[in-house]
Write a protein that binds this ligand. Structure first.
Ligand code: A3P
Length: 354
Protein backbone atom coordinates (compact mmCIF):
# COMPACT_ATOMS: atom_id res chain seq x y z
CA UNK A 1 0.00 0.00 0.00
CA UNK A 2 1.28 3.44 -0.91
CA UNK A 3 2.09 5.75 1.97
CA UNK A 4 -0.24 8.75 2.06
CA UNK A 5 0.71 11.48 4.53
CA UNK A 6 -2.86 12.86 4.45
CA UNK A 7 -4.03 9.99 6.67
CA UNK A 8 -1.61 10.29 9.60
CA UNK A 9 -0.73 12.91 12.09
CA UNK A 10 2.97 13.16 12.76
CA UNK A 11 3.70 14.33 16.33
CA UNK A 12 5.68 17.50 16.57
CA UNK A 13 8.92 16.51 18.35
CA UNK A 14 9.03 19.93 20.10
CA UNK A 15 5.41 20.07 21.45
CA UNK A 16 4.28 17.44 23.99
CA UNK A 17 2.00 14.82 22.48
CA UNK A 18 -1.70 15.66 23.20
CA UNK A 19 -4.84 13.62 22.92
CA UNK A 20 -6.92 15.30 20.26
CA UNK A 21 -10.31 16.69 21.34
CA UNK A 22 -13.23 15.29 19.31
CA UNK A 23 -13.63 18.39 17.21
CA UNK A 24 -10.04 18.13 16.22
CA UNK A 25 -10.62 14.81 14.47
CA UNK A 26 -10.90 15.37 10.81
CA UNK A 27 -12.15 12.48 8.76
CA UNK A 28 -11.24 12.43 5.17
CA UNK A 29 -14.16 13.44 2.92
CA UNK A 30 -14.61 9.98 1.45
CA UNK A 31 -15.21 8.42 4.92
CA UNK A 32 -17.94 10.94 5.76
CA UNK A 33 -19.74 9.97 2.59
CA UNK A 34 -19.43 6.30 3.50
CA UNK A 35 -20.80 7.03 6.96
CA UNK A 36 -23.77 8.92 5.58
CA UNK A 37 -24.49 6.07 3.17
CA UNK A 38 -24.28 3.56 6.01
CA UNK A 39 -26.68 5.57 8.18
CA UNK A 40 -29.04 5.92 5.23
CA UNK A 41 -29.02 2.14 4.60
CA UNK A 42 -29.62 1.38 8.30
CA UNK A 43 -32.55 3.83 8.47
CA UNK A 44 -34.00 2.40 5.26
CA UNK A 45 -33.72 -1.17 6.63
CA UNK A 46 -35.40 -0.12 9.88
CA UNK A 47 -38.29 1.45 7.97
CA UNK A 48 -38.63 -1.73 5.90
CA UNK A 49 -38.65 -4.00 8.99
CA UNK A 50 -41.18 -1.72 10.71
CA UNK A 51 -43.42 -1.69 7.65
CA UNK A 52 -43.29 -5.50 7.32
CA UNK A 53 -44.19 -5.94 10.99
CA UNK A 54 -47.07 -3.49 10.78
CA UNK A 55 -48.35 -5.15 7.64
CA UNK A 56 -48.32 -8.67 9.08
CA UNK A 57 -50.05 -7.40 12.20
CA UNK A 58 -52.65 -5.62 10.10
CA UNK A 59 -53.26 -8.77 8.07
CA UNK A 60 -53.83 -10.74 11.26
CA UNK A 61 -56.26 -8.15 12.59
CA UNK A 62 -58.18 -7.69 9.37
CA UNK A 63 -58.26 -11.39 8.58
CA UNK A 64 -56.33 -11.15 5.38
CA UNK A 65 -55.13 -7.91 3.86
CA UNK A 66 -57.69 -6.99 1.22
CA UNK A 67 -56.06 -5.49 -1.82
CA UNK A 68 -52.63 -6.79 -0.95
CA UNK A 69 -53.57 -10.41 -0.63
CA UNK A 70 -55.93 -10.61 -3.55
CA UNK A 71 -54.47 -12.18 -6.63
CA UNK A 72 -55.82 -11.55 -10.12
CA UNK A 73 -58.54 -14.08 -10.93
CA UNK A 74 -57.16 -14.62 -14.45
CA UNK A 75 -54.20 -16.55 -13.02
CA UNK A 76 -54.21 -20.33 -12.72
CA UNK A 77 -54.30 -21.67 -9.17
CA UNK A 78 -50.66 -22.63 -9.37
CA UNK A 79 -49.62 -19.19 -10.62
CA UNK A 80 -51.74 -17.55 -7.97
CA UNK A 81 -50.18 -19.73 -5.29
CA UNK A 82 -46.68 -18.86 -6.45
CA UNK A 83 -47.56 -15.19 -6.43
CA UNK A 84 -49.12 -15.55 -2.98
CA UNK A 85 -45.96 -17.22 -1.77
CA UNK A 86 -43.85 -14.37 -3.03
CA UNK A 87 -46.02 -11.86 -1.20
CA UNK A 88 -46.27 -13.67 2.12
CA UNK A 89 -43.32 -15.98 2.69
CA UNK A 90 -44.41 -19.28 4.18
CA UNK A 91 -48.01 -18.09 4.41
CA UNK A 92 -50.86 -19.72 2.55
CA UNK A 93 -54.60 -19.54 2.44
CA UNK A 94 -55.89 -22.78 3.94
CA UNK A 95 -59.27 -24.43 4.24
CA UNK A 96 -60.68 -24.01 7.75
CA UNK A 97 -59.58 -26.62 10.28
CA UNK A 98 -62.25 -25.40 12.67
CA UNK A 99 -65.77 -24.04 12.15
CA UNK A 100 -68.06 -22.10 14.45
CA UNK A 101 -71.29 -23.72 13.30
CA UNK A 102 -73.79 -21.80 15.39
CA UNK A 103 -76.24 -21.31 16.73
CA UNK A 104 -77.51 -18.04 15.33
CA UNK A 105 -77.84 -15.28 17.98
CA UNK A 106 -75.95 -17.20 20.65
CA UNK A 107 -72.75 -15.13 20.56
CA UNK A 108 -70.94 -16.58 17.54
CA UNK A 109 -69.45 -13.20 16.57
CA UNK A 110 -68.17 -12.62 20.07
CA UNK A 111 -66.51 -16.04 20.11
CA UNK A 112 -64.82 -15.49 16.73
CA UNK A 113 -63.61 -12.04 17.81
CA UNK A 114 -62.19 -13.40 21.06
CA UNK A 115 -60.40 -16.31 19.39
CA UNK A 116 -58.80 -13.96 16.91
CA UNK A 117 -56.67 -12.63 19.79
CA UNK A 118 -54.69 -15.89 19.74
CA UNK A 119 -51.54 -15.76 17.63
CA UNK A 120 -52.06 -19.34 16.45
CA UNK A 121 -55.55 -18.62 15.14
CA UNK A 122 -56.59 -16.76 12.01
CA UNK A 123 -60.25 -16.01 11.43
CA UNK A 124 -62.43 -15.24 8.45
CA UNK A 125 -64.56 -12.29 9.48
CA UNK A 126 -67.28 -12.64 6.85
CA UNK A 127 -69.77 -15.49 7.09
CA UNK A 128 -69.06 -17.61 4.03
CA UNK A 129 -72.25 -19.75 3.81
CA UNK A 130 -70.21 -22.19 1.76
CA UNK A 131 -71.79 -25.36 3.08
CA UNK A 132 -75.39 -24.12 3.20
CA UNK A 133 -75.44 -22.88 -0.39
CA UNK A 134 -77.20 -25.57 -2.41
CA UNK A 135 -76.09 -24.36 -5.84
CA UNK A 136 -72.44 -25.28 -5.19
CA UNK A 137 -70.85 -28.64 -5.90
CA UNK A 138 -69.15 -28.65 -2.53
CA UNK A 139 -66.64 -31.35 -3.35
CA UNK A 140 -65.44 -30.14 -6.71
CA UNK A 141 -61.85 -28.92 -6.67
CA UNK A 142 -62.98 -25.69 -8.22
CA UNK A 143 -65.46 -24.85 -5.44
CA UNK A 144 -63.09 -25.88 -2.68
CA UNK A 145 -60.35 -23.77 -4.25
CA UNK A 146 -62.69 -20.77 -4.40
CA UNK A 147 -63.59 -21.33 -0.74
CA UNK A 148 -59.95 -21.72 0.26
CA UNK A 149 -59.04 -18.51 -1.52
CA UNK A 150 -61.54 -16.64 0.62
CA UNK A 151 -59.64 -17.60 3.75
CA UNK A 152 -57.04 -15.36 5.37
CA UNK A 153 -53.33 -16.13 5.03
CA UNK A 154 -51.88 -18.36 7.72
CA UNK A 155 -48.66 -20.05 8.72
CA UNK A 156 -48.64 -23.85 8.77
CA UNK A 157 -49.00 -24.06 12.56
CA UNK A 158 -51.98 -21.69 12.66
CA UNK A 159 -55.62 -22.75 12.74
CA UNK A 160 -58.02 -21.12 10.31
CA UNK A 161 -61.53 -20.59 11.68
CA UNK A 162 -64.63 -19.70 9.71
CA UNK A 163 -68.02 -19.03 11.28
CA UNK A 164 -71.42 -19.34 9.68
CA UNK A 165 -74.19 -19.93 12.26
CA UNK A 166 -76.58 -21.11 9.55
CA UNK A 167 -74.50 -24.32 9.29
CA UNK A 168 -75.88 -25.75 12.53
CA UNK A 169 -79.51 -25.93 11.44
CA UNK A 170 -79.17 -26.77 7.74
CA UNK A 171 -79.76 -30.53 7.33
CA UNK A 172 -77.35 -30.83 4.38
CA UNK A 173 -74.37 -29.21 6.03
CA UNK A 174 -72.94 -31.90 8.37
CA UNK A 175 -72.30 -34.33 5.52
CA UNK A 176 -70.82 -31.65 3.29
CA UNK A 177 -68.43 -30.58 6.03
CA UNK A 178 -67.55 -34.20 6.80
CA UNK A 179 -66.67 -34.85 3.18
CA UNK A 180 -64.36 -31.87 3.12
CA UNK A 181 -62.61 -32.76 6.36
CA UNK A 182 -63.80 -35.60 8.59
CA UNK A 183 -61.43 -34.59 11.39
CA UNK A 184 -62.44 -30.94 11.49
CA UNK A 185 -63.16 -29.38 14.89
CA UNK A 186 -66.48 -27.71 15.52
CA UNK A 187 -67.48 -25.01 17.97
CA UNK A 188 -71.12 -24.59 18.92
CA UNK A 189 -72.53 -21.84 21.15
CA UNK A 190 -75.99 -22.53 22.58
CA UNK A 191 -78.33 -20.02 24.20
CA UNK A 192 -81.45 -20.41 26.31
CA UNK A 193 -84.08 -21.05 23.59
CA UNK A 194 -86.64 -18.36 24.48
CA UNK A 195 -83.96 -15.66 24.61
CA UNK A 196 -82.47 -16.94 21.37
CA UNK A 197 -85.87 -17.00 19.64
CA UNK A 198 -86.55 -13.43 20.75
CA UNK A 199 -83.11 -12.30 19.63
CA UNK A 200 -83.68 -13.95 16.24
CA UNK A 201 -87.05 -12.18 15.95
CA UNK A 202 -85.53 -8.79 16.90
CA UNK A 203 -82.82 -9.13 14.29
CA UNK A 204 -85.27 -9.99 11.50
CA UNK A 205 -87.74 -7.31 12.58
CA UNK A 206 -85.00 -4.67 12.64
CA UNK A 207 -84.19 -5.59 9.03
CA UNK A 208 -87.85 -5.25 8.06
CA UNK A 209 -88.20 -1.89 9.78
CA UNK A 210 -85.09 -0.64 7.97
CA UNK A 211 -86.69 -1.64 4.67
CA UNK A 212 -90.06 -0.13 5.60
CA UNK A 213 -91.64 -3.56 5.51
CA UNK A 214 -94.54 -4.68 7.67
CA UNK A 215 -93.86 -6.93 10.62
CA UNK A 216 -95.83 -8.93 13.17
CA UNK A 217 -95.46 -8.78 16.94
CA UNK A 218 -93.37 -11.55 18.51
CA UNK A 219 -96.46 -13.28 19.96
CA UNK A 220 -98.04 -13.65 16.55
CA UNK A 221 -94.96 -15.43 15.23
CA UNK A 222 -94.48 -17.90 18.03
CA UNK A 223 -98.13 -18.85 18.64
CA UNK A 224 -100.77 -20.16 16.28
CA UNK A 225 -104.21 -18.53 16.41
CA UNK A 226 -105.43 -21.29 18.77
CA UNK A 227 -102.64 -20.48 21.21
CA UNK A 228 -100.46 -23.53 20.44
CA UNK A 229 -96.82 -23.12 19.54
CA UNK A 230 -96.11 -22.30 15.90
CA UNK A 231 -93.78 -25.20 15.16
CA UNK A 232 -92.99 -23.98 11.68
CA UNK A 233 -91.69 -20.59 12.79
CA UNK A 234 -87.95 -20.64 12.11
CA UNK A 235 -87.21 -18.84 15.36
CA UNK A 236 -88.67 -21.87 17.13
CA UNK A 237 -87.27 -24.63 14.91
CA UNK A 238 -83.75 -23.24 15.12
CA UNK A 239 -84.00 -23.49 18.92
CA UNK A 240 -84.69 -27.25 18.93
CA UNK A 241 -81.02 -27.92 19.43
CA UNK A 242 -81.16 -31.67 20.02
CA UNK A 243 -82.60 -32.26 16.55
CA UNK A 244 -79.80 -30.39 14.82
CA UNK A 245 -77.05 -31.74 17.04
CA UNK A 246 -78.20 -35.32 16.37
CA UNK A 247 -77.54 -34.82 12.67
CA UNK A 248 -74.02 -33.54 13.37
CA UNK A 249 -73.37 -36.47 15.65
CA UNK A 250 -74.29 -38.91 12.91
CA UNK A 251 -71.16 -37.72 11.08
CA UNK A 252 -68.81 -36.49 13.77
CA UNK A 253 -67.50 -37.85 17.05
CA UNK A 254 -68.69 -36.09 20.13
CA UNK A 255 -65.10 -35.10 20.96
CA UNK A 256 -64.91 -33.12 17.73
CA UNK A 257 -67.67 -30.75 18.87
CA UNK A 258 -67.14 -28.29 21.69
CA UNK A 259 -70.36 -26.85 23.10
CA UNK A 260 -70.30 -23.45 24.78
CA UNK A 261 -72.96 -21.94 27.02
CA UNK A 262 -73.82 -18.48 25.73
CA UNK A 263 -74.27 -17.17 29.29
CA UNK A 264 -70.72 -18.15 30.20
CA UNK A 265 -69.44 -16.51 27.03
CA UNK A 266 -71.21 -13.27 27.99
CA UNK A 267 -70.16 -13.18 31.64
CA UNK A 268 -66.79 -14.93 31.61
CA UNK A 269 -65.21 -14.76 28.16
CA UNK A 270 -61.71 -15.65 29.42
CA UNK A 271 -62.93 -18.88 30.95
CA UNK A 272 -64.55 -19.89 27.65
CA UNK A 273 -61.50 -19.04 25.55
CA UNK A 274 -59.31 -20.99 28.01
CA UNK A 275 -61.40 -24.11 27.41
CA UNK A 276 -61.48 -23.56 23.66
CA UNK A 277 -57.69 -23.26 23.65
CA UNK A 278 -57.60 -26.66 25.36
CA UNK A 279 -60.02 -28.11 22.84
CA UNK A 280 -57.93 -26.83 19.94
CA UNK A 281 -54.68 -27.97 21.54
CA UNK A 282 -53.27 -24.46 21.74
CA UNK A 283 -51.14 -22.75 24.35
CA UNK A 284 -53.03 -20.48 26.75
CA UNK A 285 -52.53 -17.03 25.32
CA UNK A 286 -55.89 -15.34 25.76
CA UNK A 287 -55.95 -13.79 29.22
CA UNK A 288 -58.61 -12.10 31.38
CA UNK A 289 -56.67 -8.86 30.77
CA UNK A 290 -57.70 -9.08 27.10
CA UNK A 291 -61.28 -8.27 28.13
CA UNK A 292 -62.80 -5.22 29.76
CA UNK A 293 -66.39 -4.61 30.64
CA UNK A 294 -67.93 -1.69 28.81
CA UNK A 295 -70.75 -0.30 30.96
CA UNK A 296 -72.38 1.59 28.09
CA UNK A 297 -72.45 -1.50 25.89
CA UNK A 298 -73.29 -3.80 28.77
CA UNK A 299 -70.88 -6.43 27.43
CA UNK A 300 -67.22 -7.31 27.46
CA UNK A 301 -65.05 -5.78 24.77
CA UNK A 302 -61.57 -6.75 23.60
CA UNK A 303 -58.32 -5.03 24.46
CA UNK A 304 -55.04 -5.99 22.81
CA UNK A 305 -51.72 -4.17 22.32
CA UNK A 306 -52.99 -2.76 19.08
CA UNK A 307 -56.69 -2.17 19.61
CA UNK A 308 -59.73 -1.85 21.86
CA UNK A 309 -62.86 -3.15 20.25
CA UNK A 310 -66.51 -3.71 21.16
CA UNK A 311 -68.83 -5.66 18.91
CA UNK A 312 -71.13 -3.79 16.52
CA UNK A 313 -74.40 -2.21 17.67
CA UNK A 314 -76.38 -5.10 16.21
CA UNK A 315 -74.79 -7.34 18.85
CA UNK A 316 -76.22 -6.95 22.30
CA UNK A 317 -79.57 -5.36 21.48
CA UNK A 318 -81.89 -4.36 24.31
CA UNK A 319 -84.58 -7.00 24.63
CA UNK A 320 -88.15 -5.95 25.44
CA UNK A 321 -89.68 -7.53 28.54
CA UNK A 322 -91.94 -10.34 27.44
CA UNK A 323 -95.33 -11.05 28.97
CA UNK A 324 -94.59 -13.67 31.71
CA UNK A 325 -97.35 -15.87 30.28
CA UNK A 326 -95.64 -15.89 26.87
CA UNK A 327 -92.34 -16.85 28.51
CA UNK A 328 -94.02 -19.59 30.53
CA UNK A 329 -95.74 -21.17 27.51
CA UNK A 330 -92.56 -21.07 25.45
CA UNK A 331 -90.41 -22.47 28.26
CA UNK A 332 -92.93 -25.26 28.81
CA UNK A 333 -92.72 -26.12 25.12
CA UNK A 334 -88.92 -26.11 25.02
CA UNK A 335 -88.39 -28.06 28.24
CA UNK A 336 -88.66 -31.62 26.84
CA UNK A 337 -86.47 -30.62 23.90
CA UNK A 338 -83.87 -29.21 26.26
CA UNK A 339 -83.95 -32.41 28.31
CA UNK A 340 -83.11 -34.39 25.17
CA UNK A 341 -80.23 -32.06 24.50
CA UNK A 342 -78.88 -32.45 28.05
CA UNK A 343 -78.92 -36.21 27.63
CA UNK A 344 -76.88 -35.95 24.46
CA UNK A 345 -74.40 -33.55 26.07
CA UNK A 346 -74.21 -35.35 29.38
CA UNK A 347 -74.60 -31.98 31.10
CA UNK A 348 -77.43 -29.58 31.95
CA UNK A 349 -78.01 -25.86 31.46
CA UNK A 350 -80.22 -23.86 33.81
CA UNK A 351 -82.79 -23.05 31.14
CA UNK A 352 -85.82 -24.71 32.60
CA UNK A 353 -86.52 -22.78 35.78
CA UNK A 354 -90.00 -21.32 35.40
P1 A3P B 1 -78.50 -10.04 21.57
O1 A3P B 1 -78.23 -9.00 20.54
O2 A3P B 1 -79.82 -10.68 21.46
O3 A3P B 1 -78.23 -9.56 22.96
P2 A3P B 1 -74.48 -13.75 17.23
O4 A3P B 1 -73.15 -13.09 17.11
O5 A3P B 1 -74.39 -15.23 17.14
O6 A3P B 1 -75.48 -13.13 16.29
O7 A3P B 1 -75.00 -13.46 18.70
C1 A3P B 1 -75.41 -12.19 19.14
C2 A3P B 1 -75.47 -12.26 20.64
O8 A3P B 1 -74.17 -12.32 21.18
C3 A3P B 1 -76.07 -11.05 21.32
O9 A3P B 1 -77.46 -11.22 21.33
C4 A3P B 1 -75.44 -11.08 22.71
O10 A3P B 1 -76.31 -11.59 23.67
C5 A3P B 1 -74.29 -12.07 22.56
N1 A3P B 1 -72.99 -11.57 23.00
C6 A3P B 1 -72.08 -12.32 23.67
N2 A3P B 1 -71.00 -11.61 23.95
C7 A3P B 1 -71.20 -10.38 23.44
C8 A3P B 1 -70.41 -9.19 23.41
N3 A3P B 1 -69.21 -9.17 23.96
N4 A3P B 1 -70.93 -8.10 22.82
C9 A3P B 1 -72.16 -8.13 22.27
N5 A3P B 1 -72.95 -9.23 22.26
C10 A3P B 1 -72.48 -10.34 22.83
Amino acid sequence: MKFNPKYIRVPNPIEPLQTPSPDRFSFPKISRLKCAALVFIVVLSLIFVLFTCLQSNYCKLSAGCPGIADTPSSLTNQQADTLDHMKFHHMKKRLPQCLIIGVRKAGTRALLTYLNIHSDIVTKGKEMHYFDTDTINHLSNESLEAYRKEMPYSFEHQITIEKTPAYFTDPEVPERVYRMNSSIRLLLVLREPVERTLSDYLQITEGKIAKNKEYLPFKEHVFEKDGSINKSYKGITRSLYHKHLRRWLSFFNFNQIYVINSEELIHNPASVTYKVENFLGLAHEIKPSHFYFNKTKGFYCVKTETQQKCLAESKGRKHPTLDPDVVYRLKRFFKPHNQKLYKMLGTEFDWDDF
